[in-house]
Ligand binder design. Structure first.
Ligand code: NAI
Ligand code: MG
Length: 352
């Protein structure tokens, strides 16, 4: 029997509900597919911060390093500033484990109500750079509280960083429709973004079978709303990809179902899988959190581990569950988190 060590970090708010839900589903799926998951729980996050002044212990990253993958819920609480929670747990994991790809597929599950009038299906993947770019700690503030106060923050784009994320996007496009849309803003950001464009074009030359189109990110956002079907792989920097992937997941039926992989394609380090939603403090503890984003992220984890048959089966069952209307209130249903889970586990058991 194949075995995988999975580090579970439920984190805060509804992460405490969605991670156990995903575990239950994965454990039901594993046996029949010939593998077993060995879970280790890490109770880190904002509550831990309240007790210790840290989001995770000093040796936290070393403890995660041996895992085959990490399943994360969400991080963030109203009484801890978001930059503290993000930079104390999520960002260090992404950077230490060189998870330079943030992979965010967005496609409507049949049966979900979509925000657009034109609700024909589409299938896009945002490939977001995940370790550098606009999200840097370089900069500072001076003259705080005076009329001369100012803040400076530097974006960092490296040739190595842009090349490797572009290469990932082109290779993915080769396995899909053969189209890459690169998001830029080189009209307004005149140093880093033209550099991004140049390096992406260099990488494109190594992939003659893929058609590259460059879009300014604002126009790309508008085109996505007008017609998401014209896009397949969207390649974007850290900030632009963050924004565009929230847009694509909203277009695909909402924040409750969208998954995300933080991937080290070299496989030297564990990759991390999470829903794109946050800790949703407004509904935490009510039992109404939609577990599908988390479970879909778990399906991406199985795919990454090489359990492709189980991953495909789980994705199929998620589709069937949504289509049958076995969903939480955010998708117009009346089921609780646990009841959605029951419905999924039941289907996994029967529709083998
Ligand atoms: P959020 O995604 O937590 O919530 C936005 C809205 O969507 C809320 O009304 C919430 O109830 C709803 N929602 C989210 N997930 C849902 C689900 N699974 N089922 C049903 N409804 C759901 O974003 P928000 O409110 O901006 O942030 C809350 C906290 O989460 C903040 O501290 C933020 O920093 C953190 N956050 C963490 C992320 C992460 O861990 N990767 C990502 C985004 C936000
Ligand atoms: Mg975001």
């Amino acid at each position: 029997m194949r075995e995988y060590d999975i580090a579970a970090i439920p984190g805060d708010g509804i992460g405490q509900e969605t991670v156990p839900a995903a575990r239950r589903v994965l454990d039901a799926l594993a046996g029949p597919h010939g593998f077993r998951l060995r879970w280790t729980d890490y109770p880190w996050g904002c509550a831990y911060y309240g007790e210790t002044g840290r989001m995770m212990p000093e040796d936290g990253l070393e403890r995660l390093a041996g895992a085959d993958a990490i399943l994360l819920g969400a991080v963030g609480a109203p009484d801890v500033p978001d930059h503290v929670s993000l930079w104390g747990l999520l960002v260090p994991i992404r950077r230490r484990f060189d998870q330079y790809v943030s992979l965010r597929p967005a496609r409507p599950l049949p049966g979900t109500r979509l925000p657009l009038r034109d609700d024909r299906p589409f299938d896009v993947v945002v490939v977001r750079e995940n370790t550098e770019g606009e999200y840097s700690q370089i900069g500072g503030r001076m003259f705080t509280g005076t009329p001369e106060e100012f803040a400076v923050q530097e974006a960092v784009f490296t040739r190595r960083g842009v090349e490797r994320i572009a290469r990932y996007a082109f290779e993915l496009a080769e396995r899909r429709s053969g189209k890459v849309a690169s998001a830029t803003k080189s009209n307004g950001i005149v140093h880093t973004m033209p550099f991004w464009d140049e390096v992406v074009e260099e990488v494109a030359r190594d992939h003659p079978g893929v058609e590259l189109t460059r879009y300014h990110a604002d126009a790309l956002a508008a085109l996505l709303v007008l017609n998401p079907r014209r896009f397949d792989v969207i390649l974007a920097s850290n900030l632009l990809g963050d924004i565009l992937s929230d847009l694509t997941s909203a277009l695909a039926g909402g924040i409750g179902i969208a998954p995300c992989g933080n991937i080290d394609p070299t496989r030297r380090h564990p990759s991390m899988f999470e829903p794109i939603h946050g800790s949703a403090p407004d509904i935490a503890g009510t039992g109404t959190a939609n577990p599908i984003g988390q479970i879909w992220s778990a399906a991406m984890m199985l795919e990454h581990l090489g359990e492709t048959v189980a991953a495909a089966r789980l994705t199929k069952v998620l589709e069937q569950t949504v289509l049958a209307g076995d969903v939480t209130p955010d998708l117009g249903g009346a089921l609780s988190t646990d009841e959605v889970c029951d419905a999924i586990v039941e289907r996994l058991r029967h529709a083998a």
